[in-house]
Ligand binder design. Structure first.
Ligand code: SF4
Length: 148
């Protein structure tokens, strides 16, 4: 994508218009510095210099049956990663409070494994439903599903 086309797309976004899927795919052909400048201009226009902080905790660690090569939680590899079951509600709540005190507004739980077992899903739902966590921050559960 040449500079003229890139600037055209940038101006569309700055004017609140959507760009097409086709155009978005072809952004990758742009000069990297031009693309960076366009993206930065859009960021400044919409977000100024503000940002939100979010945080994740590992709510269930290790013993994963999958063998993702990059992951220390896979049981296929030797690692010094801690291994523990899904955290109890109080532990999650304490971490949510701690993060909220630090100004973290979004707090997510990430768990090892391909999917949550039913017992862990029930714990996740129970924790989410407890108002005491929701008042500290937005909370998300991330695995193969997201609840909010
Ligand atoms: S599925 Fe997730 S936890 Fe399991 S090995 Fe892959 S990345 Fe790690």
């Amino acid at each position: 994508m040449n500079l003229h086309e890139l600037i055209k797309l940038k101006n569309m976004v700055l004017n609140g218009q959507d760009i097409s899927y086709h155009d978005a795919i072809h952004l990758v052909e742009s000069d990297l510095m031009d693309l960076r400048e366009a993206a930065n201009e859009i960021r400044k226009f919409y977000l100024k210099d503000s940002f939100d902080i979010c945080s994740i905790i590992n709510a269930k660690s290790g013993s994963c049956s999958e063998d993702c090569k990059f992951c220390a939680q896979s049981s296929h590899f030797n690692s010094s990663e801690d291994i523990y079951e899904f955290l109890e509600h109080k532990q999650i709540e304490d971490m949510a409070k701690h993060n909220a005190k630090k100004g973290v507004l979004r707090f997510s739980l990430v768990t090892s494994g391909k999917r949550l077992e039913q017992k862990d899903l029930n714990k996740a739902i129970k924790s989410y439903k407890k108002w005491s966590i929701k008042q500290y921050s937005q909370i998300f559960f991330v695995n193969n599903f997201i609840i909010y």
